[in-house]
Design a protein around this ligand. Structure first.
Ligand SMILES: Cc1ncc(COP(=O)(O)O)c(C=O)c1O
Length: 396
């Protein structure tokens, strides 16, 4: 996945330059001392350009971005917000933060939202839907947006794991009313921690900009921030200038990293696609996949666990599935969905379809800097382990 794979001298020079040119570490203020250089603002401008979006606004994390957009949608108590069972826990935490009720759909073999289940869960209280494009692969976003618009719902695309990804020629994050991105250390672009909101809607943009800085209107008619007006409350989710500097350097590398992923992913897929006993994840548009993982399903949970044992004993890693399922699957969050906050365990009948799919999934990380030897070893090891497991089955 990560931008951290290519972090280096460009990012370091960008940070040094912040100190050389005034040392202003915040994104706002001190105009003369910072020689009128505003790196977070420039990062927003470049990010919006890259996505072909009208507006981008940077914040301190992807989680903060989710909360900020939900506030801009005026989601609150009494509302329901629909999202999917396979996501990072932050998506649901953000809904809970607004005091709305999270409603969780099943996933399908895209490992993203099942559009039919989404439609069946809409009620008169539903205000928004958050489809998540997990591990760089798009949800069936055109169908989801169509259903949402038929029911007058806001759409927030959670693109935390898919910066630079696309669907049918259009960038993820620009299909709905807003999209959010994460720049934590495991993501495509990293600023250590950080997030971005994109939207084509001026009202949503203004509300987000206001919320992330305590409700400031950024009113051009008052002489300074000190006298700024405010229409509503907010909080502090501001991005630091140092993050803006690093983000700009990382953004320049993004296309090359994605290209590298795609090239290596293609080779791995070619090598494993015909192995009997594995089924590849459904990718709605492979041309938009950021390519940072290869995911496949095995026969059942038991075989998957055995595969994992053998795979890790050979020194290979996986990416979230199944090692970090605990943080990426709603069926494992009794603290949120059991007796609310009471920690009652959830049984496997809850999100049954999702359970059946996700507990059979193995995600192999793909890096830009992989050579053919590494790729061949991955392919032959998958083949070897799957064959070993099927022999064991016959013997049993
Ligand atoms: C799908 C998803 N949504 C939201 C987030 C939250 O982003 P952050 O860690 O920047 O708060 C993450 C982070 O891993 C994520 O994977």
């Amino acid at each position: 996945m990560p931008g951290s794979e290519v972090i280096g001298k460009e990012e370091q020079e960008a940070v040094n330059e912040v100190f050389e040119k005034g040392g202003v570490l915040s994104r706002y203020g001190n105009d003369a001392r910072r020689q009128n250089i505003f790196r977070v603002a420039k990062f927003e401008e470049e990010f919006a350009k890259k996505l072909n979006a009208k507006y981008a606004y940077a914040v301190s994390s992807g989680s903060g971005a989710l909360k900020t957009v939900l506030e801009a949608f005026e989601v609150g108590p009494g509302n329901e917000v629909i999202t999917q069972s396979h996501t990072f826990i932050a998506t649901v935490e953000a809904i809970i933060e607004t005091r709305a009720t999270p409603v969780i759909t099943d996933i399908n073999k895209t490992l993203n939202m099942d559009p039919d289940d989404f439609e069946s869960k809409i009620t008169s209280r539903t205000r928004a839907v958050i489809p998540v494009h997990m591990s760089g692969v798009s949800a069936e976003i055109d169908r989801i947006v169509k259903i949402a618009k038929e029911h007058d719902l806001f759409v927030l695309e959670d693109c935390a794991q898919s910066p630079g990804g696309g669907y049918k020629g259009k960038k993820l994050g620009t299909f709905g009313d807003a999209g959010i991105f994460s720049f934590d250390f495991g993501k495509m672009i990293t600023t250590g921690e950080g997030g971005m909101i994109v939207t084509n809607d001026e009202e949503i943009f203004k509300k987000c900009r206001s919320f992330q800085n305590h409700g400031h209107d950024f009113n051009p008619n008052v002489p300074s921030m000190a006298y700024d007006t405010a229409q509503r409350g907010g909080f502090n989710f501001k991005m630091m200038e140092l993050q803006g500097a690093v983000g700009l350097a990382q953004l320049k590398k993004m296309d090359t990293v994605i290209e590298g992923h795609r090239k290596n992913k293609k080779k791995i897929i070619e090598g494993i696609k015909n192995i009997e006993g594995i089924e590849l994840r459904t990718v709605p548009d492979p041309t938009g996949d950021i390519g940072d993982s290869v995911t496949f399903f095995l026969e059942n949970e038991e075989v998957t666990n055995k595969f994992m044992e053998k795979w890790t004993s050979k020194g290979f890693g996986v990416k979230n599935l199944p090692d970090s399922l605990k943080w990426h699957f709603a069926g494992m969050w009794p603290q949120l969905f059991g007796k609310r906050y009471g920690g009652k365990s959830l049984d496997k009948e809850v999100w049954k379809k999702s359970n059946d799919i996700i507990r059979r999934a193995i995600a192999i990380p793909v890096f830009m800097k992989m050579d053919d030897d590494q790729i061949n070893k991955i392919v032959s090891s998958v083949d070897e382990i799957v064959k070993e497991l099927s022999t064991m089955k016959v013997e049993a």
